[in-house]
Ligand binder design. Structure first.
Ligand SMILES: NC(=O)C1=CN([C@@H]2O[C@H](COP(=O)(O)OP(=O)(O)OC[C@H]3O[C@@H](n4cnc5c(N)ncnc54)[C@H](OP(=O)(O)O)[C@@H]3O)[C@@H](O)[C@H]2O)C=CC1
Ligand SMILES: CC(C)CCC[C@@H](C)[C@H]1CC=C2C3=C(CC[C@@]21C)[C@@]1(C)CC[C@H](O)C(C)(C)[C@@H]1CC3
Length: 373
């Protein structure tokens, strides 16, 4: 297909005009996707879970495993003003996304050897859940890339801030636990935005379609479920002494050090294997010409970045004390998400690298937690 106006792909074989199409830009993410019957259930269960968590967080007993303390009336669930506010927020983020980009980065190589450009300043039910379009775009607006980092993540820390300010109004000043949760999660979101380009090498951008999971995940699950600890603390203040707060800060620092170190090492290596920061690392050659790191962070376990992320998830829950299970929901959900994600990535890498991946698994036998898993 001839390259039309607004084509956002770097030169390469294949057609496509930057619009969503069946061509290279409309790459179909379903190619090698195993079927799973759970998608329909998840599309009902996930919104219900999110509402249950938010209702329980506001209730006195805060019993995660019990029935919701009350069911709000329609007037509490529907507000034209809130809908307008949400679309205004989305519109603002979309407008900021469309501002002239300081830099334009190229994405991962597509099947037709072309690469999409991203400004740097997302069976019928199952496909709907996991998405069909790998790169849903209208001209240069990439819906998956836009949703991945901006409205949900920035919305998450804004909700946290609103809860911190509400606690200040309620109790005179925010609690130390609320400050910690706000600070840790602001660091996490700020890091994601600072390393915006790194999202181009994540599975969501390179492999997953933009369907219900990523749309709901980015726009609802992240802002309203990831702010659960702050929600809980507003309604269930927790005493936290400086010694314990210091230990929790250390745990978060260790997690962030591993998370950032591992992600930056792999992303630097993928962008330029000769970069002095990674050139000395031991690698395994593969038939694709790409190499696999087998020393450094990626020689400890096969997903060191997941380990760092999980350690931070623990640090986000600890300020909420141990009297309730609710604040640990994120850690439980996130562990299952990353275990499932690691298994999906494992299958993709086995297809990509064959014997080289077997050799990597032999040399680095643990997936996420050394000597455990
Ligand atoms: N907070 C949240 O809700 C979530 C956070 N995350 C975080 O997102 C980050 C990215 O995770 P994710 O997108 O799953 O994927 P990863 O960043 O872990 O990337 C996986 C890819 O990295 C490459 N790779 C794997 N092993 C090696 C190696 N030894 N040497 C070189 N390249 C290797 C492979 O791709 P290739 O070889 O093709 O380059 C593989 O497919 C993680 O830190 C994770 O914790 C993820 C999901 C949810
Ligand atoms: C609702 C479902 C059960 C689960 C939906 C999962 C999504 C919420 C996550 C899938 C991958 C994500 C990533 C991040 C946020 C959560 C989602 C969208 C991420 C942007 C968080 C910040 C990190 O620094 C990152 C590495 C950029 C993450 C990329 C993956």
């Amino acid at each position: 297909m001839p390259r039309g106006p607004g084509d956002d792909r770097a030169p390469g074989r294949g057609g496509g005009d930057g619009l969503v199409s069946e061509g290279s830009c409309g790459a179909d993410a379903r190619r090698d996707r195993p079927r799973s019957p759970g998608a329909a259930a998840l599309m009902l269960l996930l919104p219900a879970t999110m509402f249950h968590l938010l209702l329980v967080a506001r209730s006195g007993p805060a019993r995660l495993l019990g029935p919701p303390p009350y069911l709000p009336g329609p007037e509490a669930l529907w507000s034209p003003q809130m809908l307008l506010l949400w679309f205004t927020w989305l519109g603002l983020q979309a407008a900021l996304y469309l501002l002239p980009a300081r830099k334009v980065a190229e994405g991962q190589e597509l099947k037709d050897k072309s690469r999409l450009r991203y400004p740097i300043n997302g069976n019928p039910i199952y496909d709907f859940f996991l998405g069909r379009e790998l790169n849903p775009r209208i001209w240069s607006f990439d819906f998956k890339y836009f949703c991945e980092l901006r409205p949900g993540l920035i919305g998450w820390v804004l909700i946290n801030l609103a809860l911190l300010m509400q606690e200040a109004e309620l109790r005179g000043s925010p609690s130390l636990a609320m400050w910690l949760v706000n600070g840790f999660q602001l660091l996490y979101v700020g890091d994601a935005l600072w390393h915006e380009e790194a999202v181009l090498t994540t599975m969501d951008i390179t492999h997953d379609g933009f369907g219900f999971m990523l749309a709901f995940g980015d726009l609802a699950w992240v802002p309203f479920t990831y702010s659960l600890q702050a929600q809980f603390l507003l309604h269930h203040p927790q005493p936290l002494g400086l010694p314990m707060a210091s230990v929790i800060c250390l745990i978060n620092a260790v997690g962030y050090y591993i998370f950032r170190g591992a992600n930056s090492q792999k992303n630097t290596f993928r962008k330029n294997p000769s970069d002095p920061r990674v050139a000395g690392l031991e690698t395994i050659p593969t038939a694709t010409g790409r190499q696999l790191l087998v020393s450094g962070w990626w020689g400890v376990v096969r997903h060191p970045n997941y380990l760092g992320d999980l350690i931070m998830a623990l640090a986000w829950s600890l300020p909420c004390g141990v009297s309730h299970l609710l604040p640990y929901f994120y850690l439980l959900y996130f562990t299952s998400l990353l275990v499932h994600r690691e298994a999906r990535d494992e299958q993709q890498c086995l297809r990509k690298y064959g014997l080289a991946w077997h050799e990597y698994c032999r040399r680095v036998p643990y997936r996420i937690l050394p000597y455990v898993y």
